[in-house]
Design a protein around this ligand. Structure first.
Ligand SMILES: [Zn+2]
Ligand SMILES: [Zn+2]
Length: 179
């Protein structure tokens, strides 16, 4: 990983992996996501085995968001604790590429290892700093994309502006029919 540990961006990576759905199995799509989010070094080293490992991780991360959307805090914590055991943090101070000393969550190993450790730590950080209810699934049916609610009044219900306006239009039509 070429950047300092940024747990917020790792939590967003967890969301992005979940929302890729089946596209995650396509190495080209995954590589694009990594490049677009500034993880160029990981993108360049990505192998088929990394893609398979991240596909499996995606299922587990999706389960965390589903448990959170269902309001089951204990289930969320159990799932994250299980993932933390399987993807342990091995922090190392690094100063590659002329960068100032910074922490890596894990060193060496495969791309999937580093991304897994980061995603799981990112979600664990959100849950412990902000609360389980900050993890959610989009309520603009049929979309079930994951999101992290960082709004000050915990009001987020949709994955995107697009889904929010779609839900508003649907609610408006429903009101008109009812009137
Ligand atoms: Zn680094
Ligand atoms: Zn949505």
């Amino acid at each position: 990983m070429g950047a300092p540990v940024d747990l917020t961006s790792y939590a967003e990576l967890a969301v992005q992996l979940v929302n890729m759905g089946d596209e995650l199995r396509n190495p080209f799509s995954l590589r694009s996501l990594l490049e677009e989010t500034g993880r160029t070094e990981a993108a360049s080293r990505l192998t088929r085995r990394d893609v398979d490992a991240l596909w499996e991780l995606r299922e587990e991360l999706a389960g965390v968001f589903e448990a959170a959307a269902g309001g089951d805090d204990v289930d969320v914590v159990d799932r994250l604790n299980g993932l933390l055991v399987r993807h342990p943090v091995h922090p190392q101070i690094s100063g590659h590429d002329g960068q100032p000393w910074h922490l890596h969550l894990t060193e060496g190993g495969r791309v999937a290892d580093a991304l897994s450790v980061g995603s799981v730590m990112g979600l664990a950080s959100v849950v412990t700093r902000l609360g389980v209810d900050r993890l959610g699934l989009c309520q603009a049916s049929p979309c079930r994309n994951a999101y992290i609610d960082t709004s000050s009044n915990r009001s987020r219900r949709y994955c995107s502006e697009r889904c929010a306006s779609r839900a508003n239009v649907a609610a408006y039509r429903a009101r008109k029919r009812g009137a």
